[in-house]
Design a protein around this ligand. Structure first.
Ligand SMILES: [Zn+2]
Length: 178
């Protein structure tokens, strides 16, 4: 829980931590988050929400915070947007192969995540057969991007279902020699 002693909007030192049922309207539907902790300024009415409060609010929204994916995935750039959003949400995994490559190339998971966020296009999309039993065709995405520090990173990954969410699974992630 973050500690705030001064209102970020009006500067009042009267801002205080509160805990109460919190309501809002999402797409015309009223919803309530019980016992939400946040800061409120009695002087100007400003409210400040921390990470935990935002998580609770997002999880309580009747339509969910997840993006409408029906319109996505049609073009390459939409897929890249979807990959970036999945990474930003922290829903990514590394295969043992990818982890080993990162270790020998001195790449952290942040380096790999940054290279994806900075990438402007998908370098190549490959189709492969999934596991023999499922008969499903998977798409593998090769993305070459740079970290904020300028290091080029080569990754190969795919989407996987995990607990009702799609996660991005890195199969390969290594430094790219350019
Ligand atoms: Zn204030």
């Amino acid at each position: 829980m973050l500690k705030i002693t001064e209102c970020p909007t009006c500067g009042s030192d009267k801002i205080k931590r509160v805990r109460r049922n919190w309501t809002d309207i999402d797409h015309g539907k009223r919803y309530t988050v019980p016992n939400l902790r946040f800061h409120e300024c009695p002087a100007c009415g400003e409210r400040v929400y921390g990470h935990e409060a935002m998580q609770k609010i997002e999880a309580s929204r009747p339509l969910g915070w997840r993006h409408d994916t029906r319109k996505e995935g049609r073009s390459v750039s939409d897929v890249l947007v979807k990959i970036k959003r999945t990474i930003l949400a922290g829903r990514y995994r590394f295969s043992e192969k990818a982890r080993t490559e990162m270790e020998s190339d001195h790449l952290s998971r942040w380096d790999v995540a940054e290279s994806i966020i900075n990438a402007s296009r998908i370098y190549k999309t490959l189709r492969s057969h999934g596991p023999r039993r499922s008969h499903s065709r998977e798409k593998l995405y090769i993305i070459i991007g740079r970290t904020l520090g300028g290091v080029a990173v080569y990754t190969k990954g795919k989407f996987r279902q995990e607990g009702g969410f799609e996660v991005f699974y890195f199969l390969v992630s290594s430094k790219k020699a350019l």
